[in-house]
Ligand binder design. Structure first.
Ligand SMILES: Cc1cc2nc3c(=O)[nH]c(=O)nc-3n(C[C@H](O)[C@H](O)[C@H](O)COP(=O)(O)O)c2cc1C
Length: 161
């Protein structure tokens, strides 16, 4: 699929098929995702594979739409607010890289911000050193939602003299 079509057709998946996704393939996509831009090469991402016990405790949206794999994507906090913010931005690039690589193989993802809650952080054993940028369901989509309309980009473009 051409990159523009890939970007436009990716959706946040709510319901997954039970079919397994190969672990080595996921690892290879995570490696590719790590080529994301990141200021001063902080490589702030850490990835947790979330097991069944933790998933039950998280009790999120029909068990993450029954995704066969759930990842928690963390961002290392920096020594300043700027560094922490930049790390989160870099991790967002990492996640979108992953989403698009997966989607190019027909694998969908669901991005949830549940991980920011204190309860979820405790269930996942996240220390104060990290932000949780996403809980990511990964799997073959049972259905792909229709795209939500975006504001025409001309209304978002501004020219500065
Ligand atoms: C930082 C971030 C947090 C998100 N958290 C949630 C969430 O908690 N629950 C949810 O259903 N979707 C969440 N989403 C997904 C958005 O709701 C979704 O991308 C948006 O509705 C547009 O749909 P699309 O991705 O299918 O185009 C999140 C997306 C981002 C970038």
């Amino acid at each position: 699929m051409e990159i523009q079509q890939l970007i436009e057709s990716r959706r946040n998946i709510k319901k997954f098929k039970p079919d397994k996704v190969d672990l080595e393939q996921i690892k290879s996509w995570l490696h590719s995702a790590s080529m994301a831009p990141n200021h001063r090469l902080t490589e702030p991402w850490e990835i947790l594979f979330v097991g069944t016990e933790a998933r039950e405790k998280l009790n999120h949206k029909r068990n993450f739409g029954d995704a066969p794999v759930v990842l928690a994507i963390l961002s290392k906090r920096g020594s300043s607010k700027v560094e922490t913010d930049e790390n989160m931005v870099a991790v967002s690039c990492f996640i979108q890289n992953f989403n698009l690589i997966a989607w190019s193989s027909g694998i969908g993802t669901s991005w949830s911000s549940l991980g920011i809650t204190p309860t979820a952080r405790q269930i996942l054993g996240i220390t104060e050193e990290y932000d949780v940028v996403a809980l990511l369901g990964v799997g073959y989509p049972e259905e792909v939602p229709i795209a939500k309309e975006r504001t025409p980009i001309d209304r978002k473009i501004h020219f500065v003299k």
